[in-house]
Write a protein that binds this ligand. Structure first.
Ligand code: ATP
Length: 304
């Protein structure tokens, strides 16, 4: 399955907040959908879920118009939507039935997910008597109850401790392996790097970066290397490079134990290596620099 979002425009009270959003995502992959607060992620997802109507543009699944109600979608919204005063199992069965399951199917599936997420012993408790993290797990059980083909998760790790985060990580990896189509929105870049093959970065209602995360990292790391030298501090090495090799490298960042440098002009890493050896420098670290998603995010949308 391939879901395509094409040229979405959305206006609220004469203010345009989406200015032609386009991206796509395929089954068996997770798309990391990220952007600063107010960038337009939730609005886009709500249009996908048919909770808002776009002013123009369209959403397509395998080339045909996408109608949310015709698909089993597991949507974990930003604002959680369960009944605080109802018992956990009771509301999961009710919500499962609303989504087309029989009462038995809903109960079996609810039990499966509550067990999988380690909260089955709260089945008969009212939701609002559970801790925040455990309420989040019940919300996740509700998201997965219908064995959805499309899974949209907005900050799914919020409120989970590291042990529970690990359980959810395993679940998400399984979903991807089971060929589900996953859209994952989060401000926690580390999680996006763990699961998402592709990303779409939205800023002020426009997609400013999209594609395969590995390719994007390679492009952003282009011509940059990490180096350090035995017996020289980063500052001392910086001085040597600036003095002796300013045509070959430019220092772009200085860390405590290494420098991040950029090759200049047509210089290659072999040229650099040769020059370092000629200067009798004892190389300790010499590797291609790969930026983190956070580096890319800050660089792309940090000052806008
Ligand atoms: N119902 C609404 N009425 C008016 N403006 C809205 C409405 N919903 C969203 N907006 C505006 O649309 C813009 C995009 O908001 P949106 O909630 O989509 O951002 P977001 O990327 O999900 O942000 P966050 O990371 O903070 O959740 C914001 O300027 C917001 O104020």
């Amino acid at each position: 399955m391939r879901l395509e979002v094409k040229e979405l425009y959305k206006t609220f009270a004469e203010t345009e907040v989406l200015h032609g959003i386009s991206f796509s995502v395929e089954s068996g992959k997770a798309l990391g959908f990220l952007g600063r607060n107010g960038a337009g992620k939730t609005t886009t997802i709500r249009i996908l879920m048919n909770l808002f109507k776009a002013n123009s543009g369209g959403i397509f699944i395998d080339g045909k118009e996408f109608v949310a109600s015709e698909h089993q979608i597991g949507y974990l919204p930003e604002e959680r939507g369960l009944y605080p005063k109802k018992k956990v199992m009771e509301q999961l069965v009710y919500l499962g039935q609303l989504r087309g399951l029989s009462s038995k199917e809903a109960k079996d599936s609810a039990l499966f997910w509550l067990k999988r997420l380690g909260v089955e012993h709260y089945s008969n408790k009212k939701l609002d008597t559970l801790s925040k993290g455990n309420q989040q797990k019940v919300q996740l059980a509700e998201t997965f109850i219908c064995n959805p083909d499309i899974v949209i998760l907005d900050e799914p790790f919020s409120g989970l401790d590291p042990v529970n985060a690990q359980i959810l990580k395993d679940v998400i990896r399984e979903l991807i392996k089971e060929n589900k189509l996953v859209i994952f929105s989060s401000h926690q870049m580390g999680y996006i790097e763990e699961f998402c093959e592709d990303i779409a970065l939205i800023n002020n209602g426009e997609i400013v970066l999209k594609g395969n995360l590995k390719d994007i990292k390679r492009d952003y790391g282009m011509n940059r290397l990490i180096i350090s030298v035995v017996n020289l501090s980063s500052s001392e090495l910086e001085d040597v490079l600036t003095r002796e090799m300013d045509r070959t490298v430019k220092v772009v960042d200085k860390k405590q134990n290494h420098l991040i440098i950029e090759l200049q002009g047509n210089k290659t890493k072999n040229d650099l290596l040769k020059e370092l050896v000629e200067l009798n420098l004892d190389i300790e670290k010499f590797s291609i620099y790969e930026p983190t998603l956070e580096d890319i995010f800050v660089k792309k949308v940090g000052d806008k």
